[in-house]
Design a protein around this ligand. Structure first.
Ligand SMILES: Cc1cc2nc3c(=O)[nH]c(=O)nc-3n(C[C@H](O)[C@H](O)[C@H](O)COP(=O)(O)O)c2cc1C
Length: 304
């Protein structure tokens, strides 16, 4: 028997496969396709303090081996998530979930994380710092080590669960941002979010997305995400959740060999709703073929 179980700062997952934020809703629709209790965990859609309608449509565009989205954090707000979604989840998912939090000010992040205190089916908090900081001219929290440190410090202080900070790839040196988060008490790092991108409709001679730019995700970004996880593993000691373009079991293994303790799968759920189930079923056989009896042994293997 191959051991698939991994540990994220005290939270034990039966396997390292986690659907990513924004690509799995609150899991309900997917639970109608298969028993989602087989997942290591799943990450809920990003939540802000107030409900958000998101950006104007069109907010999805296709691309070779990927997709662009400019959804703009549409969500029902933290109060609804706490009062309704997190309660309803218990009916179809019996393990702890990952709560993804977004904010446009340090206070907003802090408020949402504080609101999640004492909720036992939240196992881990993922803090998405790709949002613009409205208090300081709209620059993303995740592109400046000082701002990233400030958010991390504020949320770690009020959180009663491990805090993992989710980083944007739209920076020159992602390790600088990760080190700033680690130094302020982050328990782990999630990398990566989407890459800034755009498409143009040649008949209309206009950008496809109403927002003009959006975030690229899917298999096209896998080698970029892999490179960043590899760089992060060299520079930080806290665990990494590898995200970006994973579409098959071999990608999971590559991502873990680069340094990820667990992985998240986003866009592929929109192409194939069974993708996480398929990968979980294929993992033991794939590891056996490689002569590996414990998945933890491959974490960071490419560095040794
Ligand atoms: C439609 C869509 C919505 C997303 N919403 C969020 C979100 O609310 N919060 C977040 O941190 N990331 C969000 N993401 C980013 C994903 O969680 C993931 O980091 C990214 O898509 C890269 O992984 P992938 O290539 O497997 O999709 C979203 C991605 C997509 C495609």
């Amino acid at each position: 028997m191959v051991n698939l179980s991994v540990n994220l700062s005290g939270l034990t997952l039966s396997n390292p496969i986690i659907p990513a934020s924004g690509c799995f809703g609150y899991g309900k629709e997917f639970s109608e396709y298969y028993d989602i209790n087989i997942l290591g965990s799943f990450c809920m859609k990003g939540t802000t303090k107030e409900p958000r309608f998101g950006n104007e449509t069109p907010r999805i565009a296709e691309s070779s081996s990927g997709m662009l989205n400019s959804v703009g954090l549409q969500n029902p707000g933290i109060e609804h998530v706490v009062q309704q979604e997190l309660k309803e989840i218990r009916a179809y998912y019996s393990k702890p979930v990952i709560a993804n939090i977004s904010g446009f000010s340090v206070e907003e992040y802090e408020y949402c994380v504080r609101r999640l205190r004492g909720i036992d089916n939240v196992g881990l908090i993922e803090v998405n710092i790709s949002c613009p900081n409205v208090e300081q001219g709209g620059m993303s929290f995740g592109t400046d080590p000082e701002m990233a440190a400030k958010v991390t410090k504020a949320v770690v202080k009020v959180a009663d669960k491990p805090v993992y900070v989710k980083l944007t790839p739209n920076v020159t040196d992602i390790t600088e941002i990760a080190k700033a988060c680690e130094s302020e008490g982050a328990s782990g790092i999630c990398a990566i979010n989407t890459l800034s991108a755009m498409r143009i409709d040649i008949k209309k001679q206009k950008p496809v997305l109403a927002n003009i730019t959006g975030g690229l995700s899917g298999p096209a970004v896998f080698p970029v995400a892999l490179r960043m996880v590899y760089q992060l593993y060299k520079e930080i000691k806290i665990p990494i959740i590898g995200i970006g373009g994973i579409s098959k079991v071999e990608d999971v293994i590559e991502m873990m060999m680069a340094g990820a303790t667990a992985v998240q799968i986003g866009s592929l759920n929109l192409v194939d709703p069974y993708i996480c189930k398929t990968i979980i079923n294929q993992l033991p056989g794939m590891l056996e073929q490689l002569g590996i009896d414990d998945i933890n042994k491959i974490v960071g293997a490419a560095h040794r």
